[in-house]
Design a binder for this molecule. Structure first.
Ligand code: F3S
Length: 411
């Protein structure tokens, strides 16, 4: 691999052992993927923040790296942690878990990583430009950055991303290269896409079908225009059920027009009906004891809508609305938080049900509006699941019963 003089100096240890270790990791990844050179990155999103995933060995690894002098040289921010950093007791988190979680966050902060603790850094002021190289790690954030923002990133692992933050580089392979951003499949959608849950159900089915491909969506239903929340839900679902890190939507995403006339020989998938997605993510059981929305982390619009839906009501099921700390504070200023919590639901920042130790909290059946959360519910959180719209989830929160009908959508 071709390295610049500065990159070679880092690799040779002339900037100290912490930088050398980071550069060794970045170069090793480049060699595995046969990259010819490195590229400078303008920002890094660091995953592997939750103590649930990192464990004691990971915590020790981070603390040793910090002791060697590890320090970021480009803006870097954290993916969700395993708990709300302030309200962890209300979540039922043990003090032992909390203590270790706070050590991880403090170690990363000491390295210069901002404690955003969110999978939606693009909602809290970190918005890369079209064509910018970045090294992000959470799969829905990677999908959004590549697809909706037109930035360039592979899905980085935890140590790889932190290494990139320390040396300011990543290896030039995969989605950093234009040739790998071309569509591999055309998805012709002829059923109505009514809300974010429909986009999530669509994403679930397409992710299973195209795996790590690059789908190009065309819709035949006039007037269909996805909201930001819909694009977030679509990308998160495809990244979970498949390994889609980039998609294009005709007339919407920034690179779609580049490929619109090059679709001739690509395999086509006709989507006339979303019931396959809804059915795969719903169980028969109708009693719900846990409702979780905010995967990816809730937008301010989501939080406002939840407040409206819960006004004057009282939840029966434990209800978590997960979001970033930044939007939690905004929602607090705007009074959404108070309205939601008056109904007995909990707005939780810094974490989500997949990275928090939910399996230890005794829930059995969850309702969610996220195909990604539903997909991971049984494996990561040992829960049965229901998947539907935000409105259906809030109804289930209040009644404790899943009575949704969103799956009945055909073109
Ligand atoms: Fe974000 Fe957690 Fe979902 S990291 S995309 S809220 S699984």
């Amino acid at each position: 691999m071709k390295l610049t003089d500065q990159e070679r100096a880092m690799l040779d240890g002339r900037e100290g052992p912490a930088v050398q270790k980071a550069m060794q990791m970045v170069v090793a990844l480049g060699e595995i993927y046969e990259a010819e050179h490195l590229v400078s990155v303008s920002s890094v999103q660091v995953a592997g923040v939750s103590y649930k995933n990192l464990g004691d060995a990971g915590l020790q690894f981070l603390e040793e790296w910090l002791a060697q002098g590890a320090m970021t040289r480009v803006p870097a921010y954290m993916n969700p942690a395993g708990m709300d950093l302030d309200r962890w007791e209300e979540m039922g988190i043990t003090s032992e878990f909390a203590e270790n979680q706070l050590r991880i966050v403090n170690t990363l902060v000491a390295m210069g990583v901002e404690s955003t603790c969110t999978c939606t850094p693009y909602l809290v002021g970190h918005v890369p430009q079209v064509g910018e190289h970045i090294a992000w790690s959470e799969s829905s954030a990677v999908s959004y950055a590549n697809s909706v923002l037109g930035a360039r990133t592979n899905r980085e692992g935890g140590p790889g991303a932190l290494s990139s933050a320390i040396v300011g580089r990543t290896a030039a392979y995969g989605l950093h290269l234009s040739e790998n951003r071309r569509p591999t499949h055309v998805i012709d959608v002829s059923c109505p896409l009514r809300h974010s849950a429909d986009y999530a159900a669509l994403g679930y089915v397409v992710g299973v079908a195209v795996k790590d491909g690059v789908p190009f969506f065309r819709t035949r239903v006039a007037g269909t225009r996805p909201t930001q929340e819909s694009l977030m839900a679509l990308g998160a679902a495809m990244a979970a059920s498949g390994a889609v890190a980039l998609y294009h939507v005709e007339g919407i995403t920034p690179e779609a027009s580049t490929y619109a006339d090059q679709l001739g020989n690509l395999p086509r998938i006709a989507m006339r009906d979303l019931s396959e997605g809804y059915q795969a993510l719903n169980v028969e059981e109708s009693v719900v004891d846990f409702v979780s929305v905010g995967c990816p982390h809730s937008t301010l619009t989501d939080l406002q809508r939840v407040a409206e839906l819960l006004d004057g009501k009282r939840v029966k099921a434990t209800t978590w609305i997960t979001t970033s700390r930044h939007l939690y504070d905004r929602a607090n200023e705007l009074g959404y938080m108070q309205r939601i919590e008056r109904a007995g639901a909990l707005v939780i920042a810094d974490t989500c049900l997949v990275v928090a130790p939910v399996e230890t909290l005794g829930f059995r059946v969850m309702a969610t509006n996220s195909a990604k959360a539903a997909f991971y519910a049984s494996g990561h959180s040992r829960l049965q699941r229901h998947f539907g719209t935000l409105e259906e989830c809030m109804e289930a929160a209040v009644t404790g019963i899943w009575a949704a009908h969103s799956g009945e959508c055909r073109g």
